[in-house]
Ligand binder design. Sequence first.
Ligand SMILES: Cc1cc2nc3c(=O)[nH]c(=O)nc-3n(C[C@H](O)[C@H](O)[C@H](O)COP(=O)(O)OP(=O)(O)OC[C@H]3O[C@@H](n4cnc5c(N)ncnc54)[C@H](O)[C@@H]3O)c2cc1C
Length: 437
Amino acid sequence: MAALIPTLRPALLLRSPIRPKIKPTTIQCLRHASTKHPKNFTPPTQEDLEDLRERTIDFARREITHDVAQTTDHSNEFPNEMWKKLGSAGLLGVTADEEYGGLSMGYQAHCVILEELSRASGSIGLSYAAHSQLCVNQIMLNGNDEQKRKHLPGLVSGESIGALAMSEHSAGSDVVSMRMTAKERDGGYVLNGTKMWITNGPDADVVVVYAKTEPEAGSKGMTAFLVETKSAGFSVARKLDKLGMRGSNTGEIVFEDVFVPRENVLGEVNKGVRVLMEGLDLERLVLSAGPLGLMKAALDVTLPYVHERKQFGHPIASNQFIQGKLADMYTKYRASSAFTYSVARYIDEHHDELSDRESVGRIIKTQDCAGAILYAAERATECGLDAIQCLGGMGYMNEMAAGRIMRDAKLYEIGAGTSEVRRLVIGRAFNKEFGVK
Ligand SMILES: Cc1cc2nc3c(=O)[nH]c(=O)nc-3n(C[C@H](O)[C@H](O)[C@H](O)COP(=O)(O)OP(=O)(O)OC[C@H]3O[C@@H](n4cnc5c(N)ncnc54)[C@H](O)[C@@H]3O)c2cc1C
């Protein structure tokens, strides 16, 4: 079956008339190489993005049907065969270099894919994002050539599954207070501790893990590591049972004297907080496309229903109360979508100004990335609730998607930082501009 699926990557990479590749000279590369984009990145055109959206919709129609989405939710189990399907369709390495099998297309493209996958299934969208943004993109941005060569081809093809582990039981919003330690020994580090709520944790082969290399130095003593889960001492304590995103496997993972060789340090020793914070901005931006997909899914289920269902002799959509809900749902989706894509577009189109670290905060604005997901996440939960209300009794039934959409949407107000923390970081970003603590 998988062999019959027309693959996206070759189609996209071969379509030179649509998206001509300009081969930059070595000097241009040195001068303009973005620290946040793949090599030789050129921003996609709107036509490229529409093409990508159509192909992703096509993939989702074929592989993530209503039944697949429902079973994934009801069974509390990610369909693991999906990884290779996503990989052979070229969807797993959208921000990765072509030499590792990636699409080299940037953040707008990543949002398009996540939006359309989430529209089909919030759970599959979330697991996809943890793999392709939290893991693959972190390795792209912070890995050295050897780490990329070793891990990216498998992650991009779907042979191996990725995750990112920073949260702990006692360190969620205040993640920098994490307790996991990494002590230097025998040419590497020995990791001890537990990570909580890790998306793809029960299935992952490669995990980006944050630990304290110098606990007494606080945020200045944190380092990021690439950990292979086949390492001795790694285990999954339990798979968690959740309200929503039920098909996205979430786990508590344990590290007991896990030896990680020095070459698996991601970025610099004791500079993990920079990797984490810079990663968080892009993570929030890309993840804001998850709620976009869920809002679209809410409209997908609500619009036909209210136009077909009759009460008092008329379609229920003839009632102004229902029209008001439809108008609000649609407007919330459109406003959230405009926010997310304008931020992603700005970052993609200013890629050549991201060549030095100093300009990163000017192009990738914390308040924009946090704002995009803050707004979209809360609107998506509202749209999920409106969908249930518009469907009446059927909206409350698990055979319909409305309840699942609402339960899935709520996660985006919590994961990747809560709504409260997003408001807090937006406020702090303004304080920083005005030199106020
Ligand atoms: C399904 C799921 C998947 C996840 N996936 C991952 C993953 O892949 N990797 C990973 O590392 N983590 C993951 N997480 C963890 C997630 O990032 C944390 O749950 C989140 O950051 C919140 O932390 P917490 O749960 O400890 O809540 P807490 O920090 O205990 O917060 C509880 C409440 O207090 C509020 N609060 C806390 N501090 C403040 C403050 N200063 N001001 C105002 N309000 C405040 C919060 O907003 C929240 O409402 C996942 C979580 C879930 C539920």
